[in-house]
Design a protein around this ligand. Structure first.
Ligand code: AMP
Ligand code: ZN
Length: 480
């Protein structure tokens, strides 16, 4: 549980930071728009999903139980188009990329949503939702589908600030479209030849895009919930239309806090599939560890744009490496640390750094999840620890443990340092590696350098690094 408890979040709906008060005490119900699964996940998606992962982790860290739902758009124009291009069945194509997405998120240590509803498994609920909108007079049937009549919903535009008149300027109903007004959007699309389709009161067809999120979020989170999120590009029309559908249907305010992430940019443009300027998570993971990718993303506040570059990635890698080195230094120092029968000025100095860093970390996270600011005190502690260790002969265990506890808390929130804290060196492992270190030392004495080097090289292959120091050979796990 963090200190402070005064979390403030920027709400796109009110365009200001507000104190965060969930609808039900101690619980946060949260819906994040998931991907349309027709291609590999790229770093742009990962930016958004890592941001929401950290938001979720922080809420959990503060003691909330979080119920998180993320949808999969597994039927849509883009999926059908791609399937036609590749000659695959749209259902199989979507299934394949849905699995890849889950694998990618798992690799990036993004905690899984509690529920992942898929459009194709909620057709009945979607039809019921559209029927309700029809009954309430917000929807009408046209020649090619069922539409939501935007002008009937008086609050239209409250999220994005867009005005009906603006939408109408220069817009017209295209020939062949069955809608009354250019701004009306499809709730149900009547089937075209050779497209996946389902039975409905309006004949065979499939759902429009926006209706899935209104239907599936309310099914699992109720008719009002706390947080709805997605990338900036979803504010209009997707989220604006979701609000119109849901509030028209339920007759009351739907979502309390709307959170949106800034874009991941490449040379001034949004990273996207259509621009072809994307780097897939799979490719990136061949060059960087998941934690480096997370660290790169978290170096900016989630609402700011983030520029992707190789230098930026390398910078993140180096910075994370510095922190890992500090963690390793603590581990080694703990072996020679002593019980704290007394503290001197050095200990108090380090304690003071940790105390103030903890405060800064939680203050930054409470300020609309500002990970960019929250990162600074992590380095203050790392520098403080290294300075402390360079000054004292026999470090005190308790103050080092305070630093470790801080790193552990930060790690839980950012989704880093996981392996360090999970993989405490086990007794057995320690004994076996120590044995190899001793054998290697004897081989070196006997001038059998080839075999000694082989031991070192093979251990490195296994992710275990030997380091010869004046105090003898030590080992550490290579993480980066
Ligand atoms: P899509 O599969 O295109 O529907 O996108 C899934 C999610 O990823 C949405 O919330 C998008 O806003 C988000 N997203 C896509 N591209 C980027 C990007 N370059 N930067 C940040 N978020 C993105
Ligand atoms: Zn959505």
């Amino acid at each position: 549980m963090g200190i402070g408890l005064r979390l403030r979040v920027y709400n796109t709906l009110t365009k200001q930071k507000e104190e965060f008060r969930p609808l039900r005490d101690g619980e946060v119900r949260m819906y994040v728009c998931g991907p349309t699964v027709y291609d590999y996940t790229h770093l742009g998606h990962a930016r958004t999903y890592i941001a929401f992962d950290v938001i979720r982790r922080y809420l959990e860290h503060k003691g909330y139980i979080v119920l998180m739902v993320m949808n999969f758009t597994d039927i849509d124009d883009k999926i059908i188009r791609r399937a036609n291009e590749t000659g695959e069945d749209p259902k199989e194509l979507a299934e394949k990329f849905l699995r890849y997405f889950l694998e990618d998120m798992n690799a990036l240590k993004v905690k899984p949503a509690d529920i992942y509803p898929r459009v194709t498994e909620h057709i009945e609920e979607i039809i019921d939702f559209v029927k309700k909108l029809e009954e309430k007079g917000y929807a009408y049937e046209g020649s090619d589908g069922v539409y939501f009549e935007v002008q009937k919903f008086k609050d239209y535009g409250k999220l994005s600030g867009i005005k009906l008149e603006e939408l109408r300027k220069g817009a017209r109903v295209e020939p062949g479209e069955g809608k009354k007004n250019p701004e009306d959007f499809a709730l149900w699309k009547k089937a075209k030849p050779d497209e996946p389709k389902w039975e409905s009161p309006w004949g065979e067809g499939r759902p429009g895009w926006h209706i899935e999120c209104s239907t599936m979020s309310s099914k699992y989170l109720g008719e009002s919930f706390d947080i709805h999120g997605g990338g900036n590009d979803l504010i209009f029309p997707h989220h604006e239309n979701e609000i119109a559908q849901s509030e028209a249907c339920f007759g009351h305010e739907w979502v309390k806090y709307w959170l949106h992430t800034g874009f991941l940019m490449v040379n001034g443009e949004k990273m996207s599939k259509s621009l072809g300027n994307f780097v897939t998570i799979r490719d990136l993971l061949k060059r960087y560890s998941p934690e480096v990718i997370r660290f790169f993303v978290l170096q900016r506040h989630y609402r700011s744009p983030l520029d992707y570059s190789e230098e930026g990635m390398k910078h993140a890698k180096n910075n994370l490496e510095r922190l890992y080195n500090t963690l390793e230094n603590i581990r080694i120092a703990l072996e020679r640390a002593e019980i704290s029968f007394r503290w001197d000025s050095e200990e108090f100095e380090l304690y003071e750094i940790i105390r103030s860093a903890r405060r800064k970390f939680y203050d930054a996270m409470d300020d609309d999840f500002n990970t960019a600011e929250a990162m600074k005190p992590i380095f203050e502690v790392a520098n403080g620890v290294n300075r402390y260790l360079s000054k004292v002969e026999r470090p005190k265990e308790s103050v080092l443990r305070k630093a470790l506890e801080f790193f552990k808390a930060v790690g839980e929130v950012f989704g880093i340092f996981e392996d360090y804290f999970r993989e405490e060196k086990t007794g057995e492992e320690e004994t076996l590696i120590q044995l190899l270190i001793d054998v290697r030392a004897q081989l070196r004495k006997a001038k059998n350098f080839a075999l000694a080097d082989k031991i070192r090289a093979e251990l490195k292959e296994m992710g275990i690094q030997l380091e010869d120091t004046p105090q003898g050979t030590i080992w550490k796990r290579i993480k980066i």
